[in-house]
Design a protein around this ligand. Structure first.
Ligand code: COA
Length: 205
């Protein structure tokens, strides 16, 4: 089953999973959830992220499939070169950054985070991307591990977030073969501490 529903396919319902559906959204539609979950100390205005107006930047949102517009989870995707090319055994040709990963506390543990990541992988694959990377909060590292990401840096701090992050990557394969996408971590090696390059802008806002 497809995790992501292209707008042109709506309202087919083919992308709904467990009564929820992932579609392309916007910075505006997702900002309340992003702020509440990721940056409660910032104002709505301060939640703007460089690149939000890039036409290639995409916010995906998960909502109830019954037409309720409430956003209960989101993720942001933008084509940005991987900051750790030296950590990849095979070069990435078109890398996308995943950030702003958040689900409403009331729905956590029900598979919506997984659904969003699977939708993100599908979204990137359809656009020719071959790698997804993220600055993962250490508290979310195991979540990303479960979703097929591998750590490629040592922990590092980012502004405005009171916990360290770790750089993580996931290769993207053919969108028609999503079941084969997860285990392909052979192209990734863990950086030695001396190789870490944590000078990234922005966390998972
Ligand atoms: C991280 C987050 C997005 C996970 O969302 P979720 O809706 O609970 O995720 P799911 O229910 O789909 O869980 C997917 C898998 O990851 C596991 N998982 C989820 N959160 C986890 C965590 N913090 N630690 C370890 N495992 C975790 C689940 O057990 C599940 O495993 P399984 O499918 O193999 O049984 C959510 O907890 C969140 O919004 N956290 C706060 C914001 C945050 O830290 N975002 C990431 C910033 S880098």
């Amino acid at each position: 089953m497809s995790a992501y529903v292209e707008p042109t396919l709506l309202p087919s319902g083919s992308g709904s999973t467990g009564g929820f559906v992932v579609t392309r959204s916007s910075a505006e539609e997702t900002v309340a959830l992003r702020r509440a979950v990721l940056r409660p100390h910032l104002t709505i205005e301060q939640m703007a992220v460089t690149g939000d107006r890039n036409p290639d930047t995409a916010y995906l949102a998960v909502r109830p499939a019954d037409g309720d517009r409430t956003v209960v989870g989101c993720v942001r995707l933008e084509p940005v070169p991987c900051p750790w090319p030296q950590a990849l055994q095979e070069p990435a040709h078109v890398a996308w950054q995943l950030r702003a990963m958040a689900t409403d506390p009331g729905v956590r543990g029900t598979g919506l985070g997984r659904l969003l990541v699977e939708a993100a992988v599908e979204y990137v694959a359809r656009r020719g991307g071959d790698l997804i990377w993220c600055n993962a909060r250490l508290s979310a590292e195991r979540f990303y591990l479960r979703l097929g990401f591998a750590p490629v840096t040592t922990p590092f701090p980012l502004p405005d977030v009171p916990e360290d992050h770790v750089g993580m990557v996931r290769r993207v394969l053919d969108v028609e073969r999503p079941s084969e996408a997860a285990p392909q971590l052979a192209g990734v090696k863990i950086e030695r501490p001396s190789e870490a390059a944590p000078q990234l802008g922005g966390g998972a806002r």
